[in-house]
Design a protein around this ligand. Sequence first.
Ligand code: SME
Length: 165
Amino acid sequence: MSYIDIEYPTDKKSFYKTLGEQLREYAWSERNAYASMANASAVLKIAFPRANWAGFYLVDGESGELVLGPFQGRPAVTRIGYGCGVCGTAWKEESAQVVEDVECFAGHIACDCNSHSEIVIPLRGGDGKIWGVLDMDSVDEGYFTDADREGLERVMAPLAMRGIG
Ligand code: SME
């Protein structure tokens, strides 16, 4: 397999159609979920040129925390408590978080001082339980919008439903 660079459309609808196709080809086609998440991180980092971090945190049933999963970007905090930071909040509230300015999010966990905005999408398995989150950071303030929340929830659905079991 060799990755072929493509130009992503600028309008959101076409962008998410193309992103969905890229994820199907490079990530969801693999049956191992960790390999899928690794390539999904790479695809997302390419698709969002102003993103400096794209990756996954996974629910660790033993410790009751989120633990770092496959990602692209600078080294990051390895464990996040339930309800802590943007990721732990998305997990606890079972809802996506779109953070325009990370400085304004109480309890935000800073991993890269270049990050100014963030989006976190909880991943809900076929059994209805959250098993992880997708996390993306951007160097721009207000980079992620509600349209991105909707688009990312949609393109992540195949992985979310499948889970890591
Ligand atoms: N900012 C996240 C921590 C993870 S890093 O962004 C990669 C948070 O507040 O949960």
